[in-house]
Design a protein around this ligand. Structure first.
Ligand SMILES: Nc1ncnc2c1ncn2[C@@H]1O[C@H](COP(=O)(O)OP(=O)(O)OP(=O)(O)O)[C@@H](O)[C@H]1O
Length: 259
């Protein structure tokens, strides 16, 4: 699904990426963790074809970037970036925002076929928001808006879902509802790459973790193998205790590493 090999990205005097390797296979659901500024969003922008590495190779959904029209690949990728909400029109009804995902439009200016309108309502149903379909997008809570983005993204039937800190700014309740909605969407033919600062967001849905530090992936693989106190300490420069409950990790910052 995603194969990044030895990616580097240099901007001026700064090496933003310093040899990133990442291999995401079909049916795997990944989270990408790392401190502020370590290069996570840059990696996502490269995968979406908005940034090009200085060196290294990028293969996404079987195509090598540089040899294909990335706009074609982008149609198969659902990308929920922090700036997406700002591009949408707050007075548009929720169902129209969702329909826009199928047409790759930010606003709808044409008659929407009934079948598409129905699909938008079905996607809203999947994330538990059908009742809000006619409401202006701007009247929804932050958590509801994030779930609308999810429904919108699924309209394009992506094979890859890339989410950059989708739960940022959500309260505990909204965060859990969002993660439930995301878990409800998971399917064998959909892979995810989810960036977060919060280890407890690595719900059972997620199978793999990549840990980034200073422009490199310092560990990657099945989540239980990667999320060890030693590795987290190295990545975050803090003593961190971790314990698992129902395949979900919880952390505590502190010296006593044996919870
Ligand atoms: N155009 C640019 N020119 C110079 N430096 C840049 C440019 N774009 C990004 N950077 C730097 O690259 C580094 C990585 O940024 P990036 O946004 O990928 O980090 P991140 O891990 O997503 O951070 P955060 O968790 O804070 O969102 C940062 O230090 C940032 O300042």
């Amino acid at each position: 699904m995603i194969h990044l090999q030895q990616l580097t990205l240099r901007r001026g005097e700064k090496d933003i990426l310093r040899g990133v390797d990442l291999h995401v296979n079909q049916g795997e659901q990944w989270t990408l963790l790392g401190r502020n500024g370590c290069g996570k969003s840059t990696v996502l922008e490269i995968i979406n074809g908005y940034l090009f590495p200085t060196s290294g190779t990028v293969d996404v959904l079987g195509s090598r970037y540089g040899q294909v029209d990335v706009r074609e690949i982008r149609k198969k990728i659902g990308y929920i970036s922090p700036s997406l909400i700002e591009k949408l029109t707050l007075r548009d009804p929720v169902w129209e925002i969702v329909v826009g995902g199928a047409l790759a439009y930010l606003r709808i200016y044409e008659e929407v076929p009934d079948a598409l309108r129905e699909r938008a309502h079905d996607e809203l149903e999947r994330v538990g928001l059908r009742a809000l379909a006619a409401q202006p997008f701007g009247t929804l809570s932050q958590g509801e808006r994030k779930k609308v983005l999810l429904a919108r993204t699924m309209m394009a039937e992506p094979q890859l879902l890339i989410l950059d800190e989708p739960c940022a700014g959500l309260d505990l309740y909204e965060r859990e509802r969002f993660l439930d909605a995301l878990s409800g969407l998971s399917a064998q033919n959909l892979s995810m790459l989810y960036v977060t600062h919060h280890i407890e967001e690595i719900v059972p849905l997620f199978t793999h973790v990549a840990l980034m530090s200073e422009g490199q992936i310092v560990a990657s693989g099945p989540k239980q193998a990667v999320l060890t106190p030693e590795r987290l300490k190295a990545a975050y420069d803090l003593p961190i205790s971790i314990y698992w409950q129902d395949s979900r990790p919880w952390i505590r910052v502190g010296e006593e590493a044996s919870i």
